[in-house]
Design a protein around this ligand. Structure first.
Ligand code: IMP
Length: 190
């Protein structure tokens, strides 16, 4: 069975590929000749994941799934949330996004936050959503060089290091995306 992961990100693709049973041939947007940047215009993670999966279903007619992730900060009423990638502007700079978040949290008593990933799976007859979350706190400064995005300022509960300081395999195991992917895989293997 050929299954499209609606992403141009080869790292994400490889990560999921290693976890899937061999009868599933996982391919990316590049593999199916889709160079389009699929618009993410919904106001929720669920909506954006579904938009991306539906784009592939409509234009290519192949079984597929898409993901969308956000960082939800309690003291900011869930911001940056669905706007995490472009929190500090369309330049989508991780450094600018983290600086803005650290500024916004100055003087706030609580620094709790969570990462949430939603995956939308479109099979021939069905459409299903899976989600994964990890809770933690926003640190006062950036620490570590691994990972990407907000990893240097997110410290998962139960650890005294940020995601950017922890090994990648641990992040994949306890993290938001890994948990959502595990649910997707369990469903595909059923
Ligand atoms: P996407 O939906 O996977 O493209 O994620 C949207 C944005 O959320 C990214 O541009 C990052 O800023 C942030 N993000 C997503 N996943 C992670 C992560 O695992 N660590 C840190 N930041 C992330």
């Amino acid at each position: 069975m050929k299954l499209v992961f609606a992403t141009h990100n080869q790292n994400k693709l490889n990560e999921v590929k290693t976890l899937l049973p061999s009868y599933i041939e996982l391919v990316s947007l590049i593999d199916i000749g889709c160079g389009d940047e699929i618009p993410e215009t919904a106001e929720t993670l669920e909506g954006n994941a579904q938009l991306k999966a539906d784009f592939v279903t409509e234009h290519y007619g192949l079984p597929c799934f898409a993901d969308d992730t956000g960082l939800l900060v309690d003291a900011l009423h869930g911001a940056p949330g669905v706007y995490s990638a472009r929190y500090a502007g369309e330049q989508r700079s991780a450094a600018d996004n983290m600086n803005k978040l650290l500024d916004e949290l100055q003087g706030k008593r609580t620094r709790s936050a969570c990462f949430k990933t939603v995956i939308a799976l479109n099979l021939v007859q069905e459409s299903i959503l899976f989600s994964g979350m990890v809770e933690g706190n926003i640190t006062y400064e950036k620490k570590g060089a691994k990972g990407f995005g907000y990893d240097p300022i997110f410290q998962p509960n139960g650890y005294d290091k940020t995601f950017a300081e922890l090994p990648l395999d641990l992040k994949n195991k306890i993290g938001h995306r890994g948990k959502a992917v595990q649910k997707l895989i369990a469903y595909l293997k059923r």
